[in-house]
Design a protein around this ligand. Structure first.
Ligand SMILES: [Zn+2]
Length: 276
C-alpha cells in the first residue's frame, strides 16, 4: 500500500532503490514504470485514470518519460500545488568493491563498514538509524514521501488545493526530464483547467553536525547551464601570434566565472553558491 506510514514508506523506498535508474543509462523508465503502476493501484486513479499520465520527453534518444498524477480535491478547485522530484541517480562507481550492492540498501548497509568511509558516515552507521545505498537520500526517499502524501490526500481529500505529483528523469545529467516536462505542464494546465500556485521539491537538504538536516528552503530553485562556443584560429606553432587558441579562451572563461563571488546571489544576508 502507498501511504505515509513508516512501514509503507520504507517498502516503497526499497522498491525504488532496487531499480538501477542511472541517469542516461536506459534504466530510468524502469523507475517511471514502477511509480506509474503503484499509483495506478490507488482507488482515486482507478476512478480517474486520465489524471495519471506518462509524459514522454519530446525527442529524447532514450524515450524517457516523466510521470504526472493529479489529485483534484474538488471539481471547482483550480489552485494546484506541484510536488516534484527526480527518480534518476548517479552511477554506483563510488561504492568501489561493493558497487554490485549499491541498489540493495539493506545488504549494503550491513557491509558498508568494510569500505573506507568518512568518520561522520561511520558514526551514522553505528547508530543503526541510517540506510546506505544509491538514491536512498537523493532522492528516492523524497519520491516515496511525495507518493505517500499524494495517496493520503487522494483518500482523505480535505486539502485546500489540488496536488500534482510530477516525477522526472535525468536530473543528474542535463535536466532533460524537467525540460521535457515543462511543455507538458503548460498543456495539462489547459486540459485539466488548473492553475499552479506553488511547487515543492523533495530533494534532501544538506545538513551537518552543526547544521542538522531537516532544513526547509523557501524561495526559488534552479540551475543555469550556459553554453559557450569558443572558436579558435589555426596557426603554426612557429607563428603563435597569428592564431587564437580556443582552449585558452575556454580557460579564461573558467577563470572569470568559476567560484566568482560576483556570480553568487545574496538575499537577507545569506549568500548562495557561486557558479561552478
Ligand atoms: Zn537530487
Amino acid at each position: 500500500m502507498i501511504s505515509l506510514s513508516r512501514g509503507d514508506l520504507y517498502r516503497t523506498l526499497l522498491d525504488l532503490a532496487a531499480i538501477p535508474s542511472v541517469s542516461f543509462s536506459g534504466g530510468e523508465n524502469g523507475a517511471a514504470d514502477y511509480i506509474y503502476s503503484r499509483l495506478a493501484e490507488l482507488d482515486y486513479f482507478q476512478r480517474n485514470p486520465s489524471f495519471l499520465r506518462k509524459l514522454p520527453a519530446e525527442g529524447d534518444p532514450l524515450g524517457r518519460c516523466a510521470v504526472a498524477a493529479l489529485v483534484k480535491t474538488s471539481p471547482e478547485m483550480k489552485r494546484t500545488v506541484i510536488l516534484t522530484g527526480h527518480f534518476d541517480v548517479v552511477d554506483a562507481e563510488a561504492y568501489g568493491p561493493l558497487k554490485h550492492l549499491a541498489f540493495s540498501p539493506e545488504e549494503l548497509t550491513r557491509l558498508v563498514g568494510e569500505l573506507e568511509i568518512p568518520d561522520e558516515a561511520r558514526a551514522d552507521l553505528a547508530t543503526g538509524e541510517y540506510l546506505f545505498g544509491r538514491g536512498v537520500s537523493d532522492m528516492k526517499s523524497g519520491i516515496a514521501v511525495e507518493m505517500g502524501l499524494l495517496a493520503e490526500i487522494s483518500r482523505t481529500g480535505g486539502f485546500p488545493a489540488n496536488v500534482l505529483f510530477l516525477a522526472v528523469p535525468d536530473e543528474e545529467n542535463t535536466s532533460a526530464g524537467m525540460r521535457g516536462a515543462v511543455p507538458w505542464l503548460v498543456k495539462l494546465r489547459e486540459e485539466w483547467g488548473i492553475e499552479y500556485s506553488a511547487a515543492l521539491n523533495g530533494e534532501p537538504s544538506v545538513g551537518g553536525r552543526e547544521r542538522p538536516a531537516g532544513t526547509v528552503y523557501v524561495g526559488t530553485i534552479g540551475k543555469i547551464m550556459p553554453f559557450f562556443l569558443c572558436v579558435g584560429k589555426e596557426a603554426h606553432v612557429g607563428d603563435y601570434f597569428e592564431g587564437v587558441s580556443a582552449s585558452l579562451l575556454t580557460a579564461c572563461l573558467a577563470l572569470v566565472l568559476e567560484g566568482a563571488a560576483s556570480t553568487s546571489e545574496e538575499r537577507e544576508g545569506k549568500s548562495f553558491p557561486p557558479m561552478a
